[in-house]
Design a protein around this ligand. Sequence first.
Ligand code: AMP
Length: 416
Amino acid sequence: ESEFRRLAELYGFREVVTPIIEHTELFVKSTGTSSDIVTKEMYTFQDRSGRSLTLRPEGTPGAVRAVLENRVRVPCRLYYIGPMFRYSRPQKGRYREFYQLGVESLGEARPEVDAEIIALGFEFLAGLGISNCRPEINSIGCRECRPAYHERLKEYLQDRTEQFCADCRIRYQQNPLRVFDCKMAACQELLSSAPRSLDHLCSACAEHFAGVQNGLSRRGVPSTTNDRLVRGLDYYSRTAFEYSLESGRAQDSLGGGGRYDYLVEDVGGPSLPAIGFALGEERILLALGEPGGPEARLCWVVPLGPGEFEAGVKLLTELRSAGIAARMDFDRCKPKQQLHSAASAGAQFALILGPDELAHDTVSVKNLKTGVQQEVPRAALAAFLGEPGAWPRETRNWIRNSGPTGAEPRGPFLKS
Ligand code: AMP
């Protein structure tokens, strides 16, 4: 999250924090009545005064609403980080509560903007060390060219309606593009020779798409054109994109987004071009590999006896003011027990203070992962701990309840 913040702010985005609960109508009007999210995945309830409210299933509608209600001057670039809720069958990489990292640009129309935003997501993922992810891109056209394409697609589907699954038959009625979202192998097979939106773009959309491709290659971002990519939300226009791992499985989509030039108007605002994306935090964690344990960027001060207690507390304070996280076990006094506490908290270093260390004005620094111990002068301690390579690249200062393994929670924790 901090890396995402850093990079988004480098690209000129500011954080927007919106409520987790919104009026249901906002999602119906924006995410759209033909999307899976609105038709079957929202947590919707009535409050005490009978209003229909929904736990946000995605971030874009709330961000757009916040801009309109607060009369934020456009063009503006916003990013958000937070939990989203969708009622779907939980499995590895798919949870009912999950976190998204997203950006939205409101008021910028040019293809260079699309390229910059796609590049931002790519740069973020690559910076985390995910090297086998490349953006897939497509264009689904605009209000000028899409109706004719829809007709062509409908004709194609009409001749085969019986062969499609029940969901696809409904999708066909509501929004034929949606059939491309179907995960059923038989439906995908039937779609292999369906007409492609890229062949039906008006000249403005074709020019825009070429501009996006050029913009990406100018930035050295590798991308693949995927003419089946339509994305599950109703509001997209022109550019649609997804960050997929090369394996191509559904849970390997780390995130995606697109242009939504009509959404702001649809929710009651002015006509305003816009584009954004959302990345799934849990999917990113899965791609980074299972966490190896609660490894914290933490030092543990271990006074060997009561004579070193005061020096230990002083060292704690000094470390914290030098920006180094540190703890001490105030409940146990035996050094062995203190080292045990340090290890179970995932600390990297034990900083041992005994009579010798006090006499020499040093600290014995024990790397709890490697077991290597060395004596470091007090004056050089902060520099020693601040050295590049002193800490492993990956430290985890958090524990996540909905683990990226997708394991069912053990329970019951609450006794009735
Ligand atoms: P979407 O908002 O549907 O475009 O999804 C964007 C990204 O959010 C996906 O690529 C996933 O990484 C993540 N995501 C969507 N739904 C879920 C879910 N139920 N559980 C975990 N991650 C999800």
